[in-house]
Design a protein around this ligand. Structure first.
Ligand code: ADP
Ligand code: MG
Length: 632
């Protein structure tokens, strides 16, 4: 006799909300039921390890989908652990989770559009069935651990009495004994009229591929093939990330990468590991060698695939890695996370944060290892994807040091087109050098012309060339490398030596003269950083550099920003400077003085890669000089 029982009130209300809120997500019922079936198999398989009798010679593990068009039913059948009358009532008649009440309250209070997230966070599980079915029948027989039945019934022949649970999800369910010849559970869904597409074999196949492809146990379906019926396995069952590293070939890793990343090229690095401790997970990550195809135009797919116990959850879990590592592809599988975590919860869950920092370190360490052991390959990678590392060095405060190690630049000591790192730079530093020097600009060719390099070259002090527009922001934000200051050589205060007091005294009037006559400079100072050049312009120590200023101006064309006045540095060893000093000492009203001062200044403007303010006046002064006019 069937007995009618009431759902617990909470469940009744919850079912209603689930059905109405999750309607557009109804696909997920299949993944939930398959995941339950898979869990049930795992459980009986585990019991079988200590008590083989529970297996009843029925350990050909299988999850079978049986669409029945005539009946309008879809059955999900497993030979897992099954349920007794008690467990069915307990598990399918109540929600035995703590906090259900509070959850319901928050659900009711929430905006309709936020409900799916909340429900996902809570976990719908079995009740997802009611999103597609107006009646759900569960027929189950539990694995028996009792002694074998009386003689005559032979081993493997157990009682055939199972239990049948039926509900329309409206508030009550019936439960009665029934005949169930084999161990396990059949969930029979009477599909709603508008959900009959779940009878379609192709659709089912697609859903299995999408959500459950890597379920360990075979998910099968009978397929008509030339008049004969064959049982087809729908899932690939290759949870490659769960397998042992040493059992997986390079080809298998590469194939999986290609499948995952839609990339034709093999990855630059494969990272496969297992984390244990507070939070458990397995990760299989790939560092692409080439910029992923979908990152070329806009960024469609980002993030890793998240699995929870082989059950697919999300294919673009952005929160597993910091944004700048969005080029990394892969899978993370954690048994510690609640199944059905919602996107919302993924934004702020503490375990995810832990996974994220673990994955981030792993990726950065791998890149560092690649840089150390496989520099050529790393350089290729850097040329393709270095832009993301620069972004990281700027954004990721926590991993600043690691990211600094990963940056590459050309320098005065590399051949054109060759790159070097801070570490190599530091290695080459002569004993008398304490800081790390750099100069930013458009290209190596332009930078190599800079008069600012002269004294550095003479001293054998290397200068890094920052030619990517982002380089300067990044290096600026790093401030230091292993305690050595990172200094732009086009800023005041960067000296390779000191000017003697005697020289200072002699040239001070000339500096004062420059400052008085040249309105565009903030100051004129003596320097010994120049060798061949007479003068150069530098930015104030705390001001933007020339290249940064040009960059900013390009970025906000319509809103011109005030240009900070530069400092004119004067080389007292230069014959031109010495001649002017003499001219000034002889007759401070000599008409040639001011014109020459202007020419020198314009020259310095050109040398720093900027434009002279008044090209016509510049050309005229130059022509006069070329013609040998007595007044220039
Ligand atoms: P969860 O899987 O998160 O526990 P579900 O709502 O999906 O939540 O399932 C509730 C419970 O019902 C399960 O924990 C399990 O005990 C039982 N159950 C559901 N489906 C099956 C099945 N196919 N075989 C055995 N037990 C099942
Ligand atoms: Mg479940």
């Amino acid at each position: 006799m069937a007995e009618t029982m009431q759902f617990k009130t909470e469940l009744k209300q919850l079912l209603n909300l689930i059905i109405h809120s999750l309607y557009s997500h109804k696909d997920i019922f299949l993944r939930e039921l398959i995941s339950n079936a898979s869990d049930a198999i795992d459980r009986v398989r585990f019991q079988g390890l200590t008590d083989a009798s529970v297996l009843e010679d029925n350990s050909d593990w299988k999850i079978k989908l049986i669409p029945n068009a005539a009946e309008g039913t879809l059955t999900i059948s497993d030979n897992g652990v099954g349920m007794s009358r008690e467990t069915i009532v307990e598990h399918l008649g109540t929600i035995a989770r703590s906090g259900t009440r509070e959850f319901l309250d928050s659900l009711r209070a929430a905006d309709a559009k936020d409900r799916p997230e909340l429900i996902g966070q809570f976990g719908v599980g079995f009740y997802a069935s009611f999103m597609v079915a107006d009646r759900v029948k569960v027929v189950s027989r539990m694995a028996e651990t009792s002694p074998l039945p009386a003689s005559g019934e032979g081993p493997g022949l157990r009682g055939t009495t199972g239990v049948k649970w039926v509900s329309e999800g409206q508030g009550d369910f019936t439960i009665e004994p029934c005949t169930k010849p084999t161990r396990g559970t059949d969930v029979i869904l009477h599909l709603r009229d508008d959900c009959k597409d779940f009878l379609n074999q192709n659709r089912l196949h697609q859903l299995v591929k999408k959500y459950s492809d890597f379920v360990e146990h075979p998910i099968v379906m009978d397929i008509e093939n030339d008049g004969t019926t064959v049982e087809d396995v729908l899932n690939a069952r290759k949870a490659i990330w769960l397998r042992n590293k040493n059992e997986i070939s390079e080809e298998e890793y590469t194939e999986f990468y290609k499948h995952l990343a839609h990339d034709m090229n093999p990855p630059a690095r494969t990272i496969h590991y297992k984390a244990e401790g507070q939070i458990e997970f397995k990760a299989l990550l790939y560092v692409p060698a080439k910029k992923p195809f979908d990152m070329m135009w806009g960024e469609s797919k980002k993030g890793l695939h998240l699995y929870i116990q082989r059950v697919f959850i999300l294919d673009d879990c952005e929160t597993l890695l910091p944004p700048y590592l969005r080029f990394v592809r892969g899978v993370v599988d954690s048994p510690t996370l609640p199944l059905n975590v919602s996107r919302e919860i993924l934004q702020q869950s503490a375990p995810l944060e832990k996974i994220k920092s673990n994955l981030t370190s792993k990726v950065l360490n791998t890149l560092e290892e690649m840089k150390r052991n496989d520099f050529e390959k790393y350089v290729d990678f850097y040329r393709e994807l270095g832009v993301f590392l620069r972004e990281g060095a700027y954004q990721d405060f926590e991993n600043k040091k690691k990211l600094a190690e990963l940056l590459l630049f050309e320098s005065t000591k590399t051949d054109a087109g060759k790159l070097t790192s801070f570490a190599d730079y530091a290695e080459r530093m002569p004993g008398d050098q304490t800081d790390v020097y750099y100069l930013a600009g458009e290209s190596r060719e332009v930078l190599e012309q800079s008069p600012l390099l002269e004294s550095f070259k003479a001293k054998g002090w290397e200068v890094l060339f920052l030619t990517d527009p982002a380089d300067e922001f990044v290096v600026d934000s790093l401030h230091e490398y292993k305690g050595k200051h990172l200094k732009a050589i086009d800023k005041a205060g960067v000296e390779t030596g000191a000017v003697s007091d005697e020289v200072k005294a002699r040239f001070q009037p000339l500096c004062d003269y420059f400052k008085e006559k040249l309105a565009d400079i903030a100051d004129a100072r003596l320097t010994n950083r120049l060798k061949e050049s007479a003068v150069c312009l530098v930015a104030d120590e705390h001001a933007l550099s020339a290249s940064m200023e040009r960059l900013m101006q390009r970025m906000q064309r319509d809103r011109p920003m005030p240009v900070a006045k530069r400092i004119l540095e004067v080389n007292p060893d230069h014959p031109l400077v010495q001649a002017l000093e003499k001219m000034l000492a002889d007759d401070k009203n000599d008409p040639r003085l001011e014109k020459r001062a202007r020419l020198l200044y314009d020259q310095a403007v050109i040398l720093e890669g900027s434009k002279v303010k008044d090209p016509l006046a510049f050309a005229q002064r130059l022509n006069e000089l070329l013609l040998g006019s007595a007044t220039v």
